[in-house]
Design a protein around this ligand. Structure first.
Ligand code: AMP
Length: 521
């Protein structure tokens, strides 16, 4: 009997799916940029092979990490695919990270190769040396650099490294709003299954053109957008960053857009956003941060399109989505994706809660990551014994099965022993005339442990004061939920993915209540 080793029988799990998709449409365009880059699917196969060859020539072995801190460029995407084909673990890093931050990431991930912007090479050389990085290469925003030079002289064919569904494809560090950020280990199976599910659910086809203005160091712009398009054969209109004027100028060429809520609020502020300009669009998708019901409504009124909101996180890829055909309910993130099990549990005990009860969202499925890089304790702490991952997001499931997100568990405020869900208070504040948006946070309070504070962005010209907001809220909210202070600001601090940085707000207003008990009941 002949026994074939598992190794030789294995293909490169994720890239094989892309390869199959490419072979069906080699001459179609995969990517275009306003600067004139235009690559076919055959070009993707050749260019990613060149990057895979360049990495292999640098001595990369399967399982090695390739850390990449570069500006968004089409070449960076080919590097991503090249790394997957070479069997590497792709590790994208936000270009905004400082050298001190890189020190941590490189020390933790121990990549063999670091690719950075040419302008940062000298500054990063000692950081890379400390982390024992073997090769430091460059790739600039214009696609030039030492790695590009290597890829240019490499062959456009590559024998993909065999990788199974359980092998690592990428490590993405979480945004780390509490404590140090952790490396989420994502497998070939995670990426492949999520892209397949999304391509089908959202009906992507070769006729689609996706307006891509997201960063590509994050799960949204890299995996959700790029992987889904690659598997469905559509085209990406690839923009260096989000600019509402440019997006609207290019929108007539697109059929779909994926954005964070900030894209939608900024586009709504633009005079060129109209029904005519978006009439041909097939789908607008939002995620990565909560889309206000107000934005959902305003978008519909202005364009006639109902935004499809979905929910996911670095560790789980995408988990839920509003339906393509059924009702897209504002303020909800829709239904669990096919193959994904989702439940609500009591955060401390893990007891499973019923419909309409609020608790922590837990998920299980082929989308869920393998664990935190070199952190078995943290991994064990975040999984239940039956394999469900504890997301840390608070939510509930309504009578139609739609999931509602009520904020992060760590943002839950416990004031005088009572649980206050910030989202509930924020919804009441946001509904007041003259309010654009708000963030409700808990701050140290001498009497209550935590006191509820509201940070509010008023509409231009609105005449709101603290007392008026408190009086209005007292009509609908129990006393313990009422903000003891209301602070007005011009805008809320947000990260690149549009998430409100409540940790920064808690830091800024830490001493708001001092340590004196105040006289609020
Ligand atoms: P990240 O790992 O950076 O993608 O952040 C994931 C977190 O973003 C989730 O755990 C949620 O707290 C939040 N998030 C993502 N999508 C949504 C959404 N549609 N609505 C509300 N929060 C969201």
């Amino acid at each position: 009997m002949q026994v074939r080793s598992h190794q030789t029988a294995m293909t490169n799990h994720f890239f094989q799916k892309i390869r199959d998709a490419i072979s069906e449409r080699e001459s179609r365009t995969f990517l275009e940029t306003p600067a004139g880059v235009s690559w076919t699917y055959a070009g993707v196969a050749a260019l990613s092979a060149r990057y895979a060859s360049a990495l292999a020539e640098l001595g990369l072995e399967a399982g090695d990490r390739v850390a990449v801190q570069v500006e968004k460029s089409p070449e960076a995407l080919m590097l991503y695919l090249g790394a997957i084909r070479a069997g590497a673990v792709f590790l994208p890093l936000n270009p905004a990270y400082t050298n001190a931050e890189l020190d941590y990431f490189l020390g933790d991930a121990e990549p063999t190769i670091l690719i950075c912007d040419p302008a940062r090479r000298a500054g990063l050389a000692p950081v890379a040396a400390r982390a024992k990085v073997r090769s430091l290469e460059t790739l600039g925003p214009d696609g030039q650099g030492s790695l590009r030079d290597r890829s240019d002289i490499s062959v456009p064919h590559f024998k993909d490294a065999p990788r199974g569904p359980d092998d690592l494809a990428a490590i993405l560090y979480t945004s780390g709003t509490t404590g140090r950020s952790k490396g989420a280990m994502l497998t070939h199976g995670n990426l492949a299954s999520n892209a397949e599910v999304l391509a089908t659910l959202w009906r992507f086809s070769p006729a689609d053109v996706l307006l891509h203005a997201l960063p590509i160091y994050h799960t949204h712009g890299l995996f959700v957008a790029v992987n889904t398009l690659l598997l469905s054969g559509g085209k990406i209109l690839f923009l260096p960053k989000f600019d509402s004027t440019q997006c609207l100028a290019l929108m007539p060429q697109a059929t779909t857009m994926m954005g964070v809520p900030t894209f939608y609020t900024r586009l709504l502020r633009h005079e060129n956003l109209s029904r005519e300009r978006t009439a041909h669009m097939r789908l607008f998708i939002s995620g990565s941060a909560p889309l206000l019901e107000e934005t959902h409504r305003a978008w519909f009124e202005r364009t006639g399109h109902v935004i499809l909101e979905r929910y996911g996180m670095t560790e789980t890829n995408m988990t839920t989505s509003n339906p393509y055909d059924g009702e897209r309910k504002a303020g909800t993130v829709g239904l669990p994706l096919p193959g994904v099990a989702l439940r609500i549990a009591e955060p401390e005990t893990g007891a499973i809660l019923g419909q309409a009860e609020t608790g922590v969202i837990e998920v299980k499925g082929p989308n869920v990551f393998k664990g935190y890089w070199r952190n078995p304790e943290k991994t064990a702490a975040e999984f239940r014994s039956d394999g469900f991952f504890i997301t840390g997001d608070l939510g509930k499931i309504d009578e139609s099965g739609y999931v509602h997100i009520l904020g992060r568990a760590k943002d839950l405020i416990i004031s005088g022993g009572f649980n206050v869900y910030p989202k509930e208070v924020e919804a009441e504040i946001d509904a007041l005339a003259g309010v654009i948006e708000s963030a409700v946070i808990g701050l140290p309070h001498g009497d209550f442990g935590e006191g509820v504070a509201a940070i509010v962005v008023p509409a231009p010209g609105a005449s709101l004061d603290e007392q008026a907001v408190q009086d209005a809220l007292s009509k609908n909210l129990a006393k313990f939920k009422l903000p003891k202070r209301v602070i007005f600001v011009d805008e809320l601090p947000r990260n690149a993915m549009g998430k409100v940085q409540k940790n920064l707000l808690r830091e800024t207003f830490r001493d708001l209540f001092g340590s004196r008990p105040d006289d609020y009941p």
